[in-house]
Design a protein. Sequence first.
Length: 173
Amino acid sequence: MKQAKLLFLLIATLAFVSCRPTARQTVADAEQPTDSTEAATSADTLRLVITDKSLSQTNSLIRRILKLPLDSIVVEMMNNTDRTCMTGEAYTIEQRVNDVWTILPIKPRKDGGVYAFNDIGYELAPHSTRLFTIHVEPDKYDFERGMEYRIAKEFFKSGQNNPQSVYCNFTIE
């Protein structure tokens, strides 16, 4: 019985230690941009881009300018890594207020129901892309003209247990 307990503790310890991020993973997580319009393209990043709206160039960043009323935004998630990544339908929309990003709340539905996401996992193969439709109907979000927003999507790199986020900024005109 003692050997079984010892073996269990050894296995549990190894499992716990293997879940900790390596130094390289920690640095990569810290380098994930929180203020740029799009994640920089390199061999170890993902990128999220709005694909169907007008562009303007500001300080070498691509800014998306969207006009109200909005029903949906199509974004393209690009996996520029050598690893398979997992993502889903879920997203958040954040608003920049006083240089702080805060989650834009979803308005309550008129019928009393709640908004939900399909909990489907999509594999994004290395060096591939996938389109996602972000539903932003007027009865779902209160956008303000002149304000800066960003779409945030979480993803997991293969072999990692902690999610990372990728962002795409836009301004409402």
